[in-house]
Write a protein that binds this ligand. Structure first.
Ligand SMILES: *Cc1c(COP(=O)(O)O)cnc(C)c1O
Length: 389
């Protein structure tokens, strides 16, 4: 018999679409997937070389420190100084994570008792709510609406909820909407968190995936941020390292300490050779990131311009590798995703997979080669003759 906390986990929302994919594959249909947000390009060579070198060193074959090597934490600090002009103490304000998802999932165990509330964006990366539920807490959904540029309206959070809330999750640049946040918004969040004694957990997975010279801010750039919260960061997206499992949390000292304490009782940290590889990425020249930005910018333009030719009216997202768009009139998200798969052999992600407020939208991820994107868009142009909203 499964434990209640497992039973409370939502069913897998993409089950139906996965079944359709299976069927199409069995029929020998060539499927183009705009579904998964997982970089298709390889990890830069200097990072791979560093792993190979360090893997040969027996000193790295033993248990690492669960909060990460000091050298890795120093590299994270160097990165923040260089990229965000933010100063951090590597000993007290940084913890190494086995991918940022690990920390995002675990942070609720540090602060949430059964019945507590976390503020969770909807649509959003599912782990915020899942971590909350696993810790016995209740997610209170903050709708991210198009008319608010996908920022939560803090004034709409009821007073009693705000008073009870332990954590607030936010994520900019945002998955799945591609929205960005200004420092002014982050300042509002700091003020709100101070007023209600809430710990802010900012998921900064996409701060390096931005276009046209735009550099998304770190939450920690805002005065007072370090008093109220932490930021999760990851090498997964900027260095095409999703499979390597390496990230960090930085910011408020007692929160970093608590997360480190939990981790030291639960896991034994990440393989040191991987941490060395991470150091290589974080402290190295930025040319691989700049090249990656050019690749995604080109792909983004192909998708947005293609959809706009079909009748959408999308502006180009300034960051992330996602295009978030409304489904045409007469379809739910799931119906439209199914329709596109059946007619065109193209997979898009139905927006309701990211929460209730994602209904009516779909997400396209541009983490597939240019040629496949071109072919995918051509198929949509062939099969979606006129789109109405
Ligand atoms: C990809 C992603 C992450 C990063 O996960 P890792 O565990 O570091 O690979 C975190 N948050 C969001 C919103 C993401 O899309």
């Amino acid at each position: 018999m499964e434990a209640t906390r497992i039973k409370k986990l939502p069913p897998y929302l993409f089950a139906r679409i996965e079944k359709k994919i299976e069927e199409a594959k069995e029929k020998g249909i060539d499927i183009i997937s705009f579904g998964i947000g997982d970089p298709d390009l390889p990890t830069p060579k200097p990072i791979i070389d560093e792993l190979c070198k360090e893997a040969q060193n027996p000193a790295n074959h033993q248990y690492p420190s669960s909060v990460g090597m000091l050298a890795y934490r120093q590299a994270v600090c160097e990165y923040y100084e260089k990229t965000h002009d933010v100063q951090l103490d590597p000993r007290k304000e940084v913890v190494t994570l086995i991918g940022s998802k690990e920390g995002i999932g675990h942070i609720s165990f540090c602060y949430v008792d059964p019945g507590d509330i976390n503020l969770v964006p909807d649509p959003g990366y599912p782990v915020y709510g899942i971590g909350t539920l696993l810790a016995g807490g209740e997610p209170y959904l903050m709708p991210l609406l198009e008319e608010n540029n996908y920022l939560p309206d803090l004034a709409k959070i009821p007073e009693d909820i705000a008073r009870k809330a332990k954590l607030m999750f936010i994520n900019y640049p945002n998955n799945p909407t591609g929205a960005i946040a200004t420092k002014e918004f982050f300042a509002e969040v700091v003020e709100f968190a101070k007023k209600y004694d809430i710990i802010v957990c900012h998921d900064a997975a996409y701060t390096e995936m931005a276009y046209e010279g735009y550099q998304p801010p770190s939450f920690l750039e805002v005065p007072g941020a370090k008093d109220v919260g932490i930021e999760f960061g990851s090498l997964s997206k900027p260095f095409n390292m999703t499979g390597w499992r390496i990230g960090w949390a930085v910011g408020r000292q007692d929160v970093i300490e608590a997360l480190g304490r939990l981790k030291s009782n639960l896991d034994s940290g990440q393989f040191q050779a991987i941490q060395y590889a991470g150091i290589k990425g974080l402290t190295g020249p930025k040319d691989s990131i700049m090249e990656l930005r050019r690749v995604y910018e080109r792909r983004r333009d192909m998708v947005v311009e293609g959809l706009n030719r079909l009748g959408w009216n999308l502006s180009k997202p300034k960051a992330t590798f996602y295009i978030w768009a409304r489904v045409p009139k007469g379809y739910t998200s799931a119906e439209f995703a199914e329709y596109v798969l059946e007619k065109a052999g193209v997979i898009i992600t139905p927006g309701n997979g990211y929460g209730h407020y994602g209904e009516g939208y779909f997400r396209i991820s541009i983490t597939i080669p240019d040629e496949r994107i071109k072919e995918g868009i051509a198929r949509l142009e062939k099969h979606l003759v006129k789109v109405e909203f």
